[in-house]
Design a protein around this ligand. Structure first.
Ligand code: PLP
Length: 297
């Protein structure tokens, strides 16, 4: 049996499902859970550093918004949920890691229309450690991105568990030797990464990232970075940019809770600028780290 599926190992890993803390390998949901059969659910992931979830409030804000947009009830109040998150961090004894939260519409007889007496939402929390050495290597050397067509739906602003197009794009990027996919809309504009927001820095040092709409996820890291850059009076514009523009950029990077700002040093195998992580990306990473309270950014 795969190590992460085993009921015995890794020792002590705990999951939370609907009110119960269980060994990771024994935790389960109903086979008619609507997320399993229909993709009817949302998720969040927060970075945990020193036992503390990073950017917790904006992640919970976005979680509540995703649920509201889909008409799924919050499975418990925010204060209670924060206690469960802390309990998970303590029980897993992972002070620095990633905390995943999933909420589904719950289990009910398979039907596109949810039943009138809404099923109880399913709440799942899982935790795992981060490969910090791999992250450090990405920060040090930078990563390549591969452009892929954005074949997703019209509500990419909701953080749903329906990630198949994202997975296919990431797989294609990996096959092309890149770390991340940059999704490109029908007009040639970059929307975002498969699990990250996309940024470029132009020749004049202006930082550019796509403006919010139904076409992208409103990244929490993106939000906090924008606030940090505004405080530092950096030049920032929220607008869409083409792949052609990105190829000519001075710097580029991706942002997400799992990696903050990771420098992009090539696009489709073509070196960006001088092919090494840029100084502004580093500065933005530092500004974000200071604002979000990351100690080992
Ligand atoms: N865009 C997509 C499609 C994502 O899946 C994610 C994170 O999972 C992000 C952007 C970055 O969002 P955040 O900064 O909140 O992690």
């Amino acid at each position: 049996m795969k190590k992460w599926l085993s009921t015995r190992a890794p020792a002590g890993r705990i999951a939370y499902v609907n009110g119960r803390y269980l060994p990771h390998g024994q935790a389960a949901v109903h086979i008619e859970d609507r997320a399993l059969q229909l993709g009817d659910g949302i998720y969040e992931v927060t970075n945990v550093i020193g036992g503390k979830p990073i950017d917790e409030e904006p992640h919970l804000d976005r979680m509540e918004r995703s649920l509201r947009e889909l008409g799924i009830a919050m499975p418990m109040g925010r204060a209670a949920l924060k206690l469960v998150m802390r309990e998970m961090i303590a029980r897993n004894r992972i002070p620095d890691g990633l905390l995943y939260l999933q909420v589904t519409r719950g289990a009910s007889k398979r039907d596109h229309v949810p039943p009138k007496d809404a099923p109880r939402p399913t709440l799942i929390l899982t935790m795992r450690s981060q490969d910090l050495a791999a992250l450090a290597a990405r920060l040090d050397k930078g990563i390549g991105v591969s452009t892929q067509p954005d074949i997703r739906w019209g509500r990419c602003d909701i953080k749903t568990v329906q990630l198949l197009p994202n997975l296919l794009a990431k797989q294609a990027a990996k096959a092309a030797g890149a770390f991340e996919a940059w999704l490109v809309d029908d007009d040639g504009y970059v929307t975002e990464g498969s699990s990250t927001n996309a940024w470029i820095v132009d020749e004049g040092g202006t930082v550019i990232t796509r403006d919010l709409s139904n076409a992208i996820l409103p990244g929490v890291t993106r939000l906090i970075m924008l606030e940090a850059m505004a405080e530092a009076q950096m030049k920032v514009v929220e607008r869409k940019f083409t792949v052609a523009e990105a190829r000519k950029a001075r710097e580029a990077f991706i942002s997400s809770a799992t990696g903050a700002a990771v420098p992009v040093v090539s696009i489709d195998g073509q070196k960006l600028g001088d092919g090494v992580p840029g100084a502004l990306t580093r500065r933005i990473r530092d500004l974000y780290a200071a604002k979000a309270g990351l100690k080992n950014a």
